[in-house]
Design a protein around this ligand. Structure first.
Ligand code: PFF
Length: 446
Protein backbone atom coordinates (compact mmCIF):
# COMPACT_ATOMS: atom_id res chain seq x y z
CA UNK A 1 0.00 0.00 0.00
CA UNK A 2 1.23 3.51 -0.85
CA UNK A 3 2.22 5.35 2.33
CA UNK A 4 1.15 8.94 2.75
CA UNK A 5 3.78 11.63 2.91
CA UNK A 6 3.78 15.37 3.40
CA UNK A 7 4.44 17.02 0.06
CA UNK A 8 6.67 19.81 1.28
CA UNK A 9 8.77 20.90 4.21
CA UNK A 10 6.49 23.81 4.95
CA UNK A 11 3.48 21.51 4.74
CA UNK A 12 5.04 19.24 7.30
CA UNK A 13 6.02 22.06 9.63
CA UNK A 14 2.51 23.53 9.47
CA UNK A 15 0.90 20.15 10.08
CA UNK A 16 3.18 19.16 12.95
CA UNK A 17 2.98 22.63 14.47
CA UNK A 18 -0.79 22.47 14.00
CA UNK A 19 -0.82 19.18 15.88
CA UNK A 20 1.18 20.71 18.67
CA UNK A 21 -0.63 24.04 18.85
CA UNK A 22 -4.02 23.57 20.41
CA UNK A 23 -6.04 24.08 23.55
CA UNK A 24 -2.83 23.33 25.45
CA UNK A 25 -1.22 26.51 24.13
CA UNK A 26 -4.07 28.94 23.97
CA UNK A 27 -5.97 27.79 27.02
CA UNK A 28 -3.62 25.58 29.06
CA UNK A 29 -0.53 27.78 28.95
CA UNK A 30 -2.13 31.11 29.96
CA UNK A 31 -4.07 29.27 32.68
CA UNK A 32 -0.84 27.86 34.08
CA UNK A 33 0.82 31.27 33.85
CA UNK A 34 -2.08 32.75 35.78
CA UNK A 35 -1.95 30.13 38.51
CA UNK A 36 1.84 29.96 38.80
CA UNK A 37 2.81 33.55 39.38
CA UNK A 38 3.08 35.02 35.89
CA UNK A 39 6.45 35.71 34.28
CA UNK A 40 8.39 33.26 36.51
CA UNK A 41 6.39 30.42 34.94
CA UNK A 42 6.93 31.82 31.46
CA UNK A 43 10.68 31.83 32.00
CA UNK A 44 10.88 28.26 33.31
CA UNK A 45 8.54 27.05 30.58
CA UNK A 46 10.70 28.53 27.84
CA UNK A 47 13.84 26.89 29.23
CA UNK A 48 12.22 23.47 29.69
CA UNK A 49 10.48 23.47 26.33
CA UNK A 50 13.74 23.97 24.46
CA UNK A 51 16.05 21.97 26.73
CA UNK A 52 13.82 18.97 27.49
CA UNK A 53 10.72 18.79 25.36
CA UNK A 54 12.61 19.46 22.12
CA UNK A 55 15.00 16.49 22.61
CA UNK A 56 12.02 14.25 23.45
CA UNK A 57 10.22 15.48 20.33
CA UNK A 58 13.29 14.64 18.26
CA UNK A 59 13.35 11.13 19.73
CA UNK A 60 9.82 10.50 18.49
CA UNK A 61 10.31 12.11 15.10
CA UNK A 62 13.59 10.35 14.31
CA UNK A 63 12.29 6.92 15.34
CA UNK A 64 9.12 7.51 13.33
CA UNK A 65 10.93 8.57 10.17
CA UNK A 66 13.37 5.71 10.40
CA UNK A 67 10.67 3.05 10.85
CA UNK A 68 8.18 4.73 8.47
CA UNK A 69 5.47 3.25 10.62
CA UNK A 70 3.18 3.89 13.57
CA UNK A 71 4.50 3.50 17.12
CA UNK A 72 3.14 -0.03 17.59
CA UNK A 73 5.24 -1.20 14.65
CA UNK A 74 8.13 1.23 15.04
CA UNK A 75 9.19 0.58 18.63
CA UNK A 76 9.62 -3.23 18.26
CA UNK A 77 11.72 -2.61 15.14
CA UNK A 78 14.36 -0.85 17.21
CA UNK A 79 15.56 -4.08 18.80
CA UNK A 80 16.18 -7.80 18.18
CA UNK A 81 15.34 -8.89 21.71
CA UNK A 82 11.89 -10.57 21.78
CA UNK A 83 11.01 -9.32 25.23
CA UNK A 84 11.82 -5.72 24.31
CA UNK A 85 9.87 -6.13 21.08
CA UNK A 86 6.82 -7.17 23.10
CA UNK A 87 7.31 -4.28 25.46
CA UNK A 88 7.61 -1.83 22.55
CA UNK A 89 4.31 -3.08 21.18
CA UNK A 90 2.71 -2.62 24.56
CA UNK A 91 3.99 0.96 24.84
CA UNK A 92 2.68 1.72 21.34
CA UNK A 93 -0.72 0.22 22.08
CA UNK A 94 -1.02 2.07 25.38
CA UNK A 95 -0.23 5.24 23.42
CA UNK A 96 -3.12 4.48 21.04
CA UNK A 97 -5.49 4.04 23.93
CA UNK A 98 -4.29 7.22 25.60
CA UNK A 99 -4.71 9.20 22.40
CA UNK A 100 -8.27 7.91 22.01
CA UNK A 101 -9.16 9.04 25.53
CA UNK A 102 -7.44 12.43 25.08
CA UNK A 103 -9.47 12.99 21.91
CA UNK A 104 -12.68 12.05 23.68
CA UNK A 105 -12.34 14.89 26.22
CA UNK A 106 -10.63 17.25 23.79
CA UNK A 107 -13.67 17.09 21.49
CA UNK A 108 -15.94 18.18 24.32
CA UNK A 109 -13.88 21.28 25.15
CA UNK A 110 -13.38 22.13 21.49
CA UNK A 111 -17.15 21.75 21.05
CA UNK A 112 -17.72 24.40 23.72
CA UNK A 113 -15.34 26.74 21.97
CA UNK A 114 -17.17 26.20 18.72
CA UNK A 115 -20.53 26.94 20.32
CA UNK A 116 -19.07 30.09 21.92
CA UNK A 117 -17.86 31.23 18.51
CA UNK A 118 -21.34 30.88 17.04
CA UNK A 119 -23.03 32.69 19.91
CA UNK A 120 -22.19 36.27 18.83
CA UNK A 121 -23.56 35.58 15.34
CA UNK A 122 -26.64 33.79 16.59
CA UNK A 123 -27.36 36.61 19.03
CA UNK A 124 -27.94 38.92 16.08
CA UNK A 125 -31.14 37.03 15.27
CA UNK A 126 -32.13 34.90 18.27
CA UNK A 127 -31.51 34.52 21.98
CA UNK A 128 -28.13 32.77 21.99
CA UNK A 129 -27.84 31.83 25.65
CA UNK A 130 -28.42 28.22 24.76
CA UNK A 131 -25.01 28.23 23.05
CA UNK A 132 -23.09 29.54 26.02
CA UNK A 133 -25.02 27.91 28.88
CA UNK A 134 -23.82 24.54 30.06
CA UNK A 135 -26.37 21.92 29.05
CA UNK A 136 -26.47 18.28 28.06
CA UNK A 137 -28.06 19.01 24.68
CA UNK A 138 -25.51 21.69 23.80
CA UNK A 139 -22.63 19.43 24.81
CA UNK A 140 -23.94 16.48 22.78
CA UNK A 141 -24.57 18.48 19.61
CA UNK A 142 -21.25 20.32 19.59
CA UNK A 143 -19.17 17.30 20.54
CA UNK A 144 -20.77 15.46 17.61
CA UNK A 145 -20.16 18.35 15.22
CA UNK A 146 -16.55 18.59 16.22
CA UNK A 147 -15.92 14.86 15.91
CA UNK A 148 -17.50 14.75 12.45
CA UNK A 149 -15.26 17.62 11.28
CA UNK A 150 -12.21 15.77 12.62
CA UNK A 151 -13.20 12.49 10.95
CA UNK A 152 -13.90 14.16 7.60
CA UNK A 153 -10.40 15.65 7.47
CA UNK A 154 -8.62 12.45 8.54
CA UNK A 155 -10.59 10.36 6.06
CA UNK A 156 -8.96 12.44 3.30
CA UNK A 157 -5.44 11.29 4.19
CA UNK A 158 -2.09 12.91 4.76
CA UNK A 159 -1.39 15.43 2.03
CA UNK A 160 -4.92 16.23 0.90
CA UNK A 161 -6.37 16.12 4.42
CA UNK A 162 -3.99 16.96 7.22
CA UNK A 163 -1.49 19.02 5.24
CA UNK A 164 -3.98 21.03 3.19
CA UNK A 165 -6.05 21.96 6.21
CA UNK A 166 -3.16 22.74 8.52
CA UNK A 167 -1.54 24.94 5.90
CA UNK A 168 -4.71 27.00 5.77
CA UNK A 169 -5.57 27.07 9.41
CA UNK A 170 -2.20 27.73 11.04
CA UNK A 171 -1.39 31.06 9.36
CA UNK A 172 -4.99 32.21 9.88
CA UNK A 173 -4.64 31.39 13.53
CA UNK A 174 -1.42 33.36 13.96
CA UNK A 175 -2.85 36.33 12.07
CA UNK A 176 -6.04 36.50 14.15
CA UNK A 177 -4.06 36.20 17.36
CA UNK A 178 -1.70 39.05 16.43
CA UNK A 179 -4.60 41.24 15.38
CA UNK A 180 -6.36 40.70 18.67
CA UNK A 181 -3.17 41.50 20.59
CA UNK A 182 -2.66 44.74 18.70
CA UNK A 183 -6.20 45.75 19.56
CA UNK A 184 -6.13 44.61 23.19
CA UNK A 185 -2.92 46.43 23.96
CA UNK A 186 -4.58 49.76 23.25
CA UNK A 187 -7.10 49.21 26.06
CA UNK A 188 -6.67 50.52 29.60
CA UNK A 189 -5.27 47.98 32.07
CA UNK A 190 -3.30 46.09 29.43
CA UNK A 191 0.11 47.37 30.56
CA UNK A 192 -0.39 46.09 34.08
CA UNK A 193 -1.12 42.65 32.68
CA UNK A 194 1.85 42.85 30.37
CA UNK A 195 4.16 43.58 33.31
CA UNK A 196 2.76 40.60 35.21
CA UNK A 197 3.43 38.45 32.17
CA UNK A 198 6.89 39.67 31.26
CA UNK A 199 8.71 40.76 34.43
CA UNK A 200 9.54 37.66 36.47
CA UNK A 201 9.60 37.46 40.23
CA UNK A 202 12.53 35.04 40.56
CA UNK A 203 11.58 34.04 44.10
CA UNK A 204 8.58 32.17 42.63
CA UNK A 205 10.64 29.91 40.35
CA UNK A 206 11.16 27.18 42.93
CA UNK A 207 7.77 27.52 44.55
CA UNK A 208 4.94 24.99 44.66
CA UNK A 209 5.74 22.61 41.83
CA UNK A 210 6.18 25.36 39.25
CA UNK A 211 8.96 23.50 37.42
CA UNK A 212 6.99 20.28 37.29
CA UNK A 213 3.87 22.03 36.03
CA UNK A 214 5.94 23.73 33.34
CA UNK A 215 7.40 20.42 32.19
CA UNK A 216 4.00 18.70 32.11
CA UNK A 217 2.61 21.63 30.15
CA UNK A 218 5.49 21.44 27.67
CA UNK A 219 4.92 17.70 27.10
CA UNK A 220 1.20 18.09 26.57
CA UNK A 221 1.70 21.08 24.34
CA UNK A 222 4.20 19.34 22.07
CA UNK A 223 1.94 16.25 21.92
CA UNK A 224 4.66 14.00 23.30
CA UNK A 225 4.57 10.46 24.65
CA UNK A 226 1.62 9.10 22.71
CA UNK A 227 3.15 8.37 19.33
CA UNK A 228 1.60 11.41 17.69
CA UNK A 229 4.85 13.10 16.73
CA UNK A 230 6.27 9.69 15.85
CA UNK A 231 3.60 9.17 13.22
CA UNK A 232 4.06 12.71 11.86
CA UNK A 233 7.82 12.04 11.67
CA UNK A 234 7.06 8.90 9.69
CA UNK A 235 5.41 11.04 7.00
CA UNK A 236 8.42 13.37 6.70
CA UNK A 237 10.63 13.03 3.64
CA UNK A 238 14.16 11.66 4.24
CA UNK A 239 15.58 14.61 2.33
CA UNK A 240 14.63 17.04 5.08
CA UNK A 241 16.93 18.10 7.87
CA UNK A 242 14.92 16.62 10.70
CA UNK A 243 16.86 18.45 13.41
CA UNK A 244 15.95 21.80 11.90
CA UNK A 245 12.37 20.85 11.11
CA UNK A 246 11.85 19.68 14.72
CA UNK A 247 13.33 22.94 15.97
CA UNK A 248 10.85 24.89 13.85
CA UNK A 249 7.93 22.91 15.21
CA UNK A 250 9.10 23.57 18.78
CA UNK A 251 9.67 27.24 18.04
CA UNK A 252 6.19 27.68 16.56
CA UNK A 253 4.52 25.76 19.37
CA UNK A 254 6.32 27.65 22.12
CA UNK A 255 5.95 30.91 20.21
CA UNK A 256 2.20 30.47 19.94
CA UNK A 257 1.83 29.68 23.61
CA UNK A 258 3.85 32.81 24.36
CA UNK A 259 1.70 34.93 22.05
CA UNK A 260 -1.50 33.46 23.52
CA UNK A 261 -0.29 34.48 26.97
CA UNK A 262 0.51 37.90 25.61
CA UNK A 263 -3.16 38.20 24.72
CA UNK A 264 -4.89 36.46 27.59
CA UNK A 265 -3.01 37.73 30.63
CA UNK A 266 -3.40 41.43 29.69
CA UNK A 267 -7.03 40.70 28.79
CA UNK A 268 -7.62 39.57 32.35
CA UNK A 269 -6.31 42.89 33.63
CA UNK A 270 -8.40 44.78 31.10
CA UNK A 271 -11.39 42.84 32.39
CA UNK A 272 -10.43 43.87 35.93
CA UNK A 273 -10.37 47.47 34.76
CA UNK A 274 -13.99 46.97 33.68
CA UNK A 275 -14.92 45.62 37.10
CA UNK A 276 -14.75 41.88 36.32
CA UNK A 277 -13.45 39.81 39.23
CA UNK A 278 -10.11 38.25 38.20
CA UNK A 279 -8.51 37.47 41.55
CA UNK A 280 -9.56 34.66 43.87
CA UNK A 281 -9.84 34.90 47.66
CA UNK A 282 -6.12 34.25 48.08
CA UNK A 283 -5.33 37.12 45.76
CA UNK A 284 -4.09 34.88 42.95
CA UNK A 285 -5.31 35.22 39.38
CA UNK A 286 -8.30 32.99 38.79
CA UNK A 287 -7.81 30.20 36.31
CA UNK A 288 -9.46 27.10 34.90
CA UNK A 289 -12.74 27.17 33.05
CA UNK A 290 -13.57 30.60 34.36
CA UNK A 291 -10.63 32.15 32.57
CA UNK A 292 -11.83 31.57 29.04
CA UNK A 293 -15.54 31.02 29.45
CA UNK A 294 -16.39 33.76 31.96
CA UNK A 295 -13.72 36.43 32.04
CA UNK A 296 -13.31 36.80 28.30
CA UNK A 297 -17.00 36.91 27.34
CA UNK A 298 -17.54 39.44 30.14
CA UNK A 299 -14.88 41.62 28.59
CA UNK A 300 -16.20 41.16 25.05
CA UNK A 301 -19.65 42.19 26.25
CA UNK A 302 -18.30 45.42 27.70
CA UNK A 303 -16.71 46.28 24.39
CA UNK A 304 -20.05 46.74 22.66
CA UNK A 305 -20.65 45.74 19.04
CA UNK A 306 -16.98 45.37 18.17
CA UNK A 307 -16.69 43.09 21.21
CA UNK A 308 -19.11 40.65 19.63
CA UNK A 309 -16.96 40.53 16.53
CA UNK A 310 -13.82 40.04 18.62
CA UNK A 311 -15.57 37.26 20.55
CA UNK A 312 -16.45 35.53 17.31
CA UNK A 313 -12.88 35.76 16.01
CA UNK A 314 -11.33 34.67 19.25
CA UNK A 315 -13.45 31.57 19.76
CA UNK A 316 -13.21 30.67 16.11
CA UNK A 317 -9.45 30.79 16.48
CA UNK A 318 -9.63 28.52 19.50
CA UNK A 319 -11.83 26.05 17.64
CA UNK A 320 -9.41 25.97 14.70
CA UNK A 321 -6.46 25.38 17.01
CA UNK A 322 -8.44 22.52 18.54
CA UNK A 323 -9.21 21.06 15.13
CA UNK A 324 -5.59 20.89 13.91
CA UNK A 325 -4.75 19.05 17.15
CA UNK A 326 -7.76 16.76 17.14
CA UNK A 327 -6.91 15.56 13.63
CA UNK A 328 -3.44 14.65 14.87
CA UNK A 329 -5.00 12.71 17.73
CA UNK A 330 -7.32 10.74 15.46
CA UNK A 331 -4.49 10.09 12.99
CA UNK A 332 -2.60 7.98 15.55
CA UNK A 333 -5.10 5.07 15.87
CA UNK A 334 -6.25 5.43 12.23
CA UNK A 335 -2.68 5.10 10.92
CA UNK A 336 -2.24 1.99 13.05
CA UNK A 337 -5.37 0.26 11.76
CA UNK A 338 -4.61 1.25 8.15
CA UNK A 339 -0.97 0.13 8.26
CA UNK A 340 -1.05 -2.83 10.56
CA UNK A 341 -4.43 -4.31 9.66
CA UNK A 342 -4.87 -3.22 6.05
CA UNK A 343 -8.18 -1.43 6.63
CA UNK A 344 -9.11 1.31 4.12
CA UNK A 345 -8.45 4.82 5.47
CA UNK A 346 -12.01 6.08 5.04
CA UNK A 347 -13.48 3.10 6.84
CA UNK A 348 -10.87 3.23 9.60
CA UNK A 349 -11.51 6.95 10.15
CA UNK A 350 -15.26 6.52 10.51
CA UNK A 351 -15.14 3.38 12.65
CA UNK A 352 -12.46 4.60 15.06
CA UNK A 353 -13.82 8.14 15.04
CA UNK A 354 -17.25 6.67 15.77
CA UNK A 355 -15.96 4.66 18.71
CA UNK A 356 -14.18 7.68 20.16
CA UNK A 357 -17.37 9.71 19.72
CA UNK A 358 -19.19 7.10 21.80
CA UNK A 359 -16.55 7.49 24.47
CA UNK A 360 -16.98 11.27 24.29
CA UNK A 361 -20.72 10.95 24.74
CA UNK A 362 -20.21 8.62 27.69
CA UNK A 363 -18.16 11.38 29.29
CA UNK A 364 -20.80 13.98 28.43
CA UNK A 365 -23.48 11.86 30.12
CA UNK A 366 -21.32 11.26 33.20
CA UNK A 367 -19.66 14.63 33.14
CA UNK A 368 -19.46 15.34 36.86
CA UNK A 369 -17.23 12.47 37.82
CA UNK A 370 -15.72 11.32 34.52
CA UNK A 371 -14.50 14.48 32.78
CA UNK A 372 -11.85 15.52 35.31
CA UNK A 373 -10.84 11.92 35.88
CA UNK A 374 -9.98 11.15 32.24
CA UNK A 375 -8.03 14.40 31.91
CA UNK A 376 -6.03 13.57 34.99
CA UNK A 377 -5.31 9.95 34.07
CA UNK A 378 -4.21 10.72 30.53
CA UNK A 379 -2.25 13.93 30.96
CA UNK A 380 -0.76 13.42 34.42
CA UNK A 381 -0.12 9.69 34.30
CA UNK A 382 -0.18 8.12 30.82
CA UNK A 383 1.63 10.86 28.92
CA UNK A 384 4.63 11.24 31.23
CA UNK A 385 5.11 7.49 31.67
CA UNK A 386 4.82 6.80 27.95
CA UNK A 387 7.10 9.75 27.20
CA UNK A 388 9.66 8.18 29.47
CA UNK A 389 9.51 4.88 27.58
CA UNK A 390 9.82 6.62 24.22
CA UNK A 391 13.01 8.30 25.42
CA UNK A 392 14.34 5.04 26.86
CA UNK A 393 13.69 3.23 23.58
CA UNK A 394 15.36 5.97 21.52
CA UNK A 395 18.28 6.38 23.93
CA UNK A 396 19.00 2.89 25.25
CA UNK A 397 17.32 0.29 23.05
CA UNK A 398 18.01 1.80 19.64
CA UNK A 399 21.57 1.61 18.40
CA UNK A 400 23.24 5.04 18.37
CA UNK A 401 24.63 4.46 14.86
CA UNK A 402 21.18 3.80 13.46
CA UNK A 403 19.84 7.01 14.94
CA UNK A 404 22.78 8.93 13.50
CA UNK A 405 22.35 7.32 10.07
CA UNK A 406 18.70 8.39 10.05
CA UNK A 407 19.51 11.99 10.94
CA UNK A 408 22.33 12.11 8.37
CA UNK A 409 19.94 11.32 5.50
CA UNK A 410 18.80 14.93 5.34
CA UNK A 411 21.69 16.45 7.32
CA UNK A 412 24.99 14.87 6.16
CA UNK A 413 27.17 16.90 8.54
CA UNK A 414 25.08 15.89 11.58
CA UNK A 415 27.88 13.97 13.28
CA UNK A 416 29.90 17.12 13.90
CA UNK A 417 26.89 19.15 14.97
CA UNK A 418 26.13 20.48 18.43
CA UNK A 419 22.87 18.57 18.26
CA UNK A 420 24.61 15.22 18.01
CA UNK A 421 27.01 16.10 20.81
CA UNK A 422 24.14 16.77 23.19
CA UNK A 423 21.00 14.92 22.10
CA UNK A 424 22.03 11.28 22.72
CA UNK A 425 22.85 12.14 26.35
CA UNK A 426 19.65 14.02 26.79
CA UNK A 427 17.40 11.15 25.73
CA UNK A 428 19.47 8.67 27.72
CA UNK A 429 19.76 10.51 31.00
CA UNK A 430 18.36 14.00 31.31
CA UNK A 431 14.87 13.43 29.85
CA UNK A 432 14.19 10.13 31.70
CA UNK A 433 15.31 11.53 35.06
CA UNK A 434 13.18 14.64 34.64
CA UNK A 435 10.14 12.67 33.57
CA UNK A 436 10.51 10.33 36.54
CA UNK A 437 10.64 13.33 38.87
CA UNK A 438 7.57 14.76 37.16
CA UNK A 439 5.69 11.49 37.49
CA UNK A 440 6.53 11.03 41.15
CA UNK A 441 5.39 14.55 41.75
CA UNK A 442 2.07 13.88 40.00
CA UNK A 443 1.62 10.81 42.21
CA UNK A 444 2.40 12.69 45.39
CA UNK A 445 0.38 15.71 44.36
CA UNK A 446 -2.85 13.83 43.67
N1 PFF B 1 -0.66 19.44 21.85
C1 PFF B 1 -2.09 19.60 21.91
C2 PFF B 1 -2.42 20.90 22.59
O1 PFF B 1 -1.52 21.61 23.03
O2 PFF B 1 -3.59 21.23 22.69
C3 PFF B 1 -2.75 18.44 22.61
C4 PFF B 1 -2.32 17.08 22.12
C5 PFF B 1 -2.44 16.76 20.76
C6 PFF B 1 -1.80 16.17 22.99
C7 PFF B 1 -2.02 15.51 20.29
C8 PFF B 1 -1.38 14.93 22.56
C9 PFF B 1 -1.50 14.60 21.22
F1 PFF B 1 -1.12 13.43 20.79
Amino acid sequence: MERGQFSSKIGFIMAAAGAAVGLGNIWGFPTQVASNGGAAFVLVYLILAFCLAYPALMAEMIVGRSARANAVKALPELTDKPILKQFGRLVGLTGLLTVAVILSFYAIIAGWLFSFSLAPIASLVVDSHWLTDFSLERNIIFTLLFMVATILIIAQGVSSGIERWSKRMMPALIAILLLLIAYMLTLPGAMKGLTHYLVPDFSLVFKGGLIISALGQAFFSLSLGVGCMLIYGSYLSSKENIVKVGAWVTLIDVGLAFIAGLLIIPVMYIAAHHGVEIFDKQGALINGDTLIFNVLPALFEQMGDIGQFVAFLFFLLMSLAGLTSSISLLEVPVAYVVESHGVARKKASWVIGGLITLLSLTIVFNFDWLFGLVIMVTTQYSQPVLGLFFCLFAGWVWHRDHALAEIKKGYPEAEQSLFWKIWPWYVRFVCPVFIIVMFINALIGS
